[in-house]
Design a protein around this ligand. Structure first.
Ligand code: NDP
Ligand code: 13P
Length: 335
């Protein structure tokens, strides 16, 4: 019997990634916690809660039995929001084996510890073969069959090439990287700037402003990366600028939508509740602002957005203060 692939998480990204692999001919078992949704998926081959109208392969079987999903799987993809990531991995540990490939698709940071998900995997599964998948991958676009690509990052080259062959399809490509920290940090940080972009779109800003915001976001992300010992050159790839562009420009992005709702005058609570899905950028903003203060990293966009999102500062006042800052160099790390 050939080994199957396991996916932990029944949300939008877990479902599209599971279905890509199932359509590639792999037996895929997807773990989710809600038995009714699992049963519905198996009966209708649709995940109506997260991706209505998206037909799922019959090779994809949903289950609430984590042992059945994980045991003997060749690879285990973890697609659980950062707030529950460690908890789910702790449950999974009982059945994980050292030879299995263990891949996080989660673009967030653990509250208070500032640990990214590969760090949590390394702590919880010290002998695991660990990788990270990140790129411009709006689940709802993937579900519509639009072409995209992602990055599989690991210091384990065999893991990267195996994941490339499991995931590559007519509409999905996976590029390899050995820079796990850079790839994961890019996917995590861009969510903050997607909130800022959604907010500014709701205010009716011009195209010049949108372009400036994305570019200065990349500058700020790079400054943060260097301060934390990451390589900012990785941000030139799909998991950096690629994901930043899509998340800062598409209303399909949940983080962008939270920002847009804030720009329309809604409260953060209402914006998040209306969304009904995870917007990782809200927690990431809080955590990155704390890091910027602690390590004295110049991040005016993070500081200003924090004031708007958490302290109800008037947006126009925050923008006016930013516009009066001394303009700095354009590209910090140009030779
Ligand atoms: N959606 C996208 O376009 C992309 C998302 N990502 C990243 O993937 C990660 C997951 O996102 P996504 O799938 O979109 O999120 P969703 O909000 O669509 O779904 C989250 C899933 O996680 C489950 N979950 C949450 N908490 C727990 C828990 N304690 N135990 C078990 N299951 C739990 C939810 O279950 P329930 O329904 O029962 O609440 C749901 O199935 C995020 O970090 C996101 O940044 C990456 C690329 C693209
Ligand atoms: O990471 C994503 C696209 O690459 C999804 O972004 P959101 O979580 O903002 O929807």
């Amino acid at each position: 019997m050939t080994a199957h692939i396991a996916v932990l998480g029944g949300g939008s990204f877990g479902t599209v990634i599971a279905n890509i692999m199932a359509e590639n001919g792999y037996q895929v078992r997807q773990w989710l916690r809600d038995p009714e949704i699992a049963e519905k998926i198996n009966q209708t081959h649709q995940n109506a809660r997260y991706l209505p109208d998206y037909s799922l392969s019959e090779q994809l079987i949903a289950s609430t039995d984590m042992e059945w999903v994980i045991r003997d799987a060749e690879a285990v993809f973890v697609s659980i929001p950062s707030s529950s990531f460690r908890n789910v991995v702790q449950q999974a540990k009982a059945w994980l084996q050292p030879q299995q490939l263990l891949i996080s698709t989660t673009k967030g940071v653990e509250a208070s510890s500032f640990k990214l998900m590969s760090h949590i995997l390394r702590e919880e599964v010290p002998n695991g073969r660990i990788g990270v998948l990140s790129g411009p991958n709006l689940a709802k676009e993937i579900a519509k069959g639009h072409i995209t690509a992602s990055v599989i990052a690991s210091d384990d080259e065999a893991l990267c090439s195996r994941v490339q062959s499991i995931l590559c399809s007519k509409t999905f490509r996976a590029y390899a990287s050995q820079d796990v920290f850079g790839v994961e940090l890019g996917g995590t940080l861009k969510n903050i700037y997607a909130i800022a972009s959604g907010l500014s779109a709701a205010l009716g800003v011009g195209e010049n402003t949108k372009s400036m915001l994305i570019t200065r976001s990349l500058a700020e992300m790079s400054r943060f990366a260097v301060a934390k010992g990451a390589n900012p050159m990785t941000f030139l790839g799909l998991s950096g600028i690629g994901d930043l562009i899509v998340t800062c420009t598409s209303p399909l992005s949940r983080n962008y939508r939270v920002g847009f709702a804030l720009g329309q005058g809604k409260s953060l609570d209402d914006a998040v509740t209306e969304l009904g899905e995870v917007a990782e950028g809200v927690n990431t903003l809080k955590e990155v602002r704390q890091q910027a203060q602690q390590y004295d990293i110049y991040m005016p966009l993070v500081m200003g957005l924090y004031e708007v999102v958490f302290n109800h500062a008037p947006v126009k006042q925050v923008i006016a203060a930013m516009m009066s800052n001394q303009p700095n160099v354009d590209v910090d790390f140009a030779v």
